[in-house]
Design a protein around this ligand. Sequence first.
Ligand code: N01
Length: 537
Amino acid sequence: MKDYNSSLDILIVGSGFAGIYQLYQLRKLGYSVHVFDAADDTGGTWYWNCYPGARVDSETPLYQFSIQEIWKGWNWTERFPGWKELRKYFDYVDEKLDVKKDISFNTRVVSAHWDSSSDRWVVTTENGKVAQPRFLILCTGFSSMPYVPEFKGLDSFEGICHHTARWPHEDVDMKGKRVGVIGTGASGVQVIQEIGKDVKTLAVFQRTPNLAIAMQQRKLTAEEQEKKKNDGLYPVIFRRRLQTFSGFGQDSYPKSFLDTTPEERRLHWEGAWAQGGFALLLTNYFDCGTKDEGNAAVYAFWRQKVHARVTDPVKAEILAPEIPPHPFGAKRPSLEQTYYEVYNQPNVILTDLSKHPIEEITQSGVRTADGVHHELDILVLATGFNITATITHMDIRGVDGTSLKEKWAGGVFTNLGMTVANFPNLFYTYGPQAPTAFSNGPTCTEIQCDWITKCIKYMMDNSTTQIEPEVEAEHYWHDQVWETSKNGPWMKTKGWYNDGNIPGKPLQPLNYAGGTPAYAAYIEEKARKGYEGFILS
Ligand code: N01
């Protein structure tokens, strides 16, 4: 094993989109950089989320590295690729950038303690490695810590049971089996529409309807992508990512919902529906998210789309009730392909947990409060993620020995959604208080990794040993995050946008909602002003 201790400048945790981009940029500058990853390969979320039907909800070519060496030679086969193609993409990235030589796999970080005597982090791993880098960068994303609810009797289930984000890499044979799926977020929707056709029976346990919208998946040809490249469009596309609120290349329609006629809206929404992806959300009238009347109208539009596809009116009403479960856009809508048709199959049972909650998991299935016992061979937990635990599950301790978990117990405080006071030379990407869930992943992470790269270079060039944010700057950023979310529909329901998906946690906005360009401009300004809001020593 390499000696990390005496010479390592930077340790990165995670080798998904952010970790690899960060490694590539820092290595170019000649620093000694190493990556630890708990998985046995690269890919991050695409390593772990290999459940049936897993695919990205962000379209290509927007969803990829903007690194020319990569995009030049790579073409996608689908507009929204599945996890297998994404894994191949990561292999191709390695072929081109030779990243794996700097990654230790099967190496889960368990702790990182700041050592003031050496001005270094002491990082330990589950498999007994120790690294002492000057800088520690957590590229652990927002979805690396699965959330499993405390269902009574869960351990007693004798069939096969997996969380979607811990799905085995070997195939789980579902054909002809009695399968139950708990949870109808993005993961649940994808599993359900994928396996519905193969299983003997499918019991779906839905607590909140997913306001899922049409993905409008399509095959892509190499020719159409090569043509765009030859026409010089890729740099334009990557620049456009940086100019739009969500980093997806689309912006809200610059007209008030209140100034439209019902016919005009219908036309607009039908166009967005046909376009697919997040268009219905992202290109909506700018005030539809916040104005009740507009929100109710777009919900009604969505609802009639669902009811037109589901033949059983009882199931249709559970999936798309007359009274909205929450405002449109309050939770991330999943992108579906054949999700609603699955409910027309006679082998699919839909239980509304808001009326009949799960009472217990038994040795052979799930018992709900309506007295029904659902006999199951396989139970799928599509129950989401604990967003802040992605970082706090590691025992990270700063200058005074306080852990990040303790610091964030009453609420998240960060500066710029990347740094934390009392934790010098620590950065994280695609996590709490950055545009994260409101931004295209590669767009957001590249902005942050570029900023971190520049910051480390600045410190190296100026023989500066430590950087950490001022407490006042953290409070200011905390207020900015709350301010940009105060009218957001996502504060009107509990979900992973606001930490409300984990029982007992106080609601707090976990994403900066001022838009990707505003975020990029703000963090850039802080750097330009010599890292204003930070203490450098
Ligand atoms: O998780 P979720 P997800 N009893 O939190 C339910 C990204 N992602 O993994 O809404 C019963 O959205 C919960 O119900 P409710 C993507 O950004 C990306 O699906 O809280 N049910 C909900 O239905 C996505 O948005 C991809 O009432 C319980 C579900 O479990 C984000 O990750 C793929 C329950 C959790 O849904 C999260 O999606 C997958 C309980 N006690 C995910 N507790 C790709 O692009 C929770 N639920 C690959």
